[in-house]
Structures are given as C-alpha cells and as structure tokens.
Design a protein around this ligand. Sequence first.
Ligand code: ATP
Length: 321
Amino acid sequence: MKLGVFTSGGDAPGMNAAIRAVVRSAYHHKYGVVAILSGYEGMLKGDYMPLDLRSVANLIHRGGTFIKTARSQDFLQAARRKDAFDKLKQEGIDALICIGGDGSFKGALALHEEQGMPVIGIPGTIDNDIYGTDHTIGFDTAVNTALEAIDRIRDTANSHSRLFIVEVMGRNSGYIAMDVGIAGGAQDIFIPEEANNIDACIQSLKDSRSRGKQYSILVSAEGQKPGRAYDLCEAIKKNTGIDAKVCILGHIQRGGSPSARDRVLASAMGAYAVDALSKGYQHHMAGVQNGQMTLIDLKEAISKRPRMRQDKLQLARILSV
Ligand code: ATP
C-alpha cells in the first residue's frame, strides 16, 4: 500500500511528530509514504514528496509542519476534488492520512464518499474543538505557551496593582481560554460557548477589590471578533472606573516546539492511523478518550461539537474570588 499524508488548515505544534509516526509506522507495515505538500492545494497540483525513514529525522521537536499547510477554496468544488483524486491515482496513492481540523476532515470525507478513497483523520489543531477525542495535537503546547505569557503579565499586574485582560486564540471554542484561565488563576474567563456576563464580572471585580485584592487577570477567547478584549476593557472602565490593560497573544500561540504531551499524543495517533488503514478502516478519525486510543466515524466527528465541560466552568468560578 502507498499512503499519502498531508497537513491542512492551521498549523499546530506536534504535526511534524505525527508525520514522523506515520512514516515510521508505515515502514513497520512495509507501506510506502508520499507527502502531499500544502494540503489540498498540493493535492490539486500533484505536488508530492516521497518520505523515507531518514526524511523524518530530527523533526519530533519542531513546531509547524515541514510538509506545509494551506486552505483551498478550489477543493470545495466536487469537480476539483475529482481532479485531485485522478492525480492521486496517477501517483499510485491508495489511501490518505489527513492531519488537520474539522474543515480538513470534511474535505477528506467528501473525497471518500465521492471517489472511494480510504481516509483516516488525525486531529491536529490548537483549538481542541473536535468531537470524538479528548485532546487534539497542539492544544497542550498552545495552552502552555499562553500560560507562560500570563505568568509574565502577572508580575506586572501585581507590581502595578492593575487589571489585565488577556485575549487568547479560539474563534468558536473556549478550550484554550478555559485551561489557561484555570491554570493562570484568572478572575474570570470569557468563552464563545457562553454569552458574556459582563455584569457578573464587574460585580466580582468590585467585591474582590473591597476584600483587598489589588490586581486581577481576565482571560478572553477571541471569539468571532479578534480584539474583543478591548470591548470588555471599555465596559469595565465605564462601570467601575478601572483602567484595564489589554494584551492580545495572537499567533505566538500557534508555533513553537511541541510539549512532551503533544509529542506523545501525535506519535500515538500517527501510528494508530496507519494501523487503522491496515485493518481496512476507510473513513475514520484517530482519537483518544479516557486515555485509550479510539476510532470514530469521520461523519460523526464533523457533525457533532464537543461540549464545554461544565465542571471546569464551575471550578473556574469557585476559584476566582
Ligand atoms: P483549523 O481548525 O486549524 O482551522 P481546519 O481543518 O478546520 O483547521 P479549514 O480552513 O476549515 O481548517 O479547512 C481546511 C481546508 O479543508 C479548506 O481550505 C478546504 O480546502 C477544505 N474544506 C473545508 N470544508 C470543506 C468542505 N465542506 N468540503 C470540502 N472541503 C472542505
């Protein structure tokens, strides 16, 4: 069997470790591997690079994706997907491993349903917003990167007795904000899954100030409108007179060397994906649930949303006095 592996959508730390695991597990199964460069863009152009054991050496610790990633408007058209499939067949590729988020999985599933191409997905996105897995590759690193920034901001917040609002990544999901908020001791956390309760936040700030708390950190996910931390800042100023400082962490959360946890997760998922193809699975995603590797149907993975854990939300609020 000859496998095509590609990364698609936003890059995430640990993608290289997953590619390495795919190549080395494929070697174990005596399969060949070809990288498809720049996601679906490269698939449409027939932009391939053969990968052997040595081509994935010295990569496990590197962020980003050495086979590049991209977003492709063309791939949204069924006719262009047929062109991509024809190119894959010309190259002799029998099955695909797609490392990316739910958009990438939609494309992979379409290719399977329309052309019969076997595909296995590996969830690689810092947002952790994929149904069917407790963690996605890159999430742990992104949380740790943001946390390091918050710890630094805390020094200044404390020294100047100031309120800081830190905006982290997460357009549709508040997983990064939730974990960073809990681990960084935030006074309040704003996530897209919940309507902003600015009144409650303002009350909590007033209460904590009256108890003698002199500085606080609020964590906000960017939501659909990056920069919304400035709106929060204005609302707080208007209602309390407190002049908060805003810090938007932005793309520094996407890159960097993957954490040990992401490297282990990526290694396990890469190997599991190859194993799944060897067993005849054709439209599934490798995931981890309660510490166990699992496979779920791609259709289920893309049609459901993971639920924000209410116990975490509650914990964050109890500890935020
Ligand atoms: P991230 O979570 O980092 O944004 P993602 O995989 O969700 O990653 P998207 O930009 O949503 O990123 O999708 C990547 C690519 O997948 C798109 O540019 C497009 O080429 C393809 N894709 C997305 N949705 C579909 C779809 N419904 N049908 C076919 N292809 C799709």
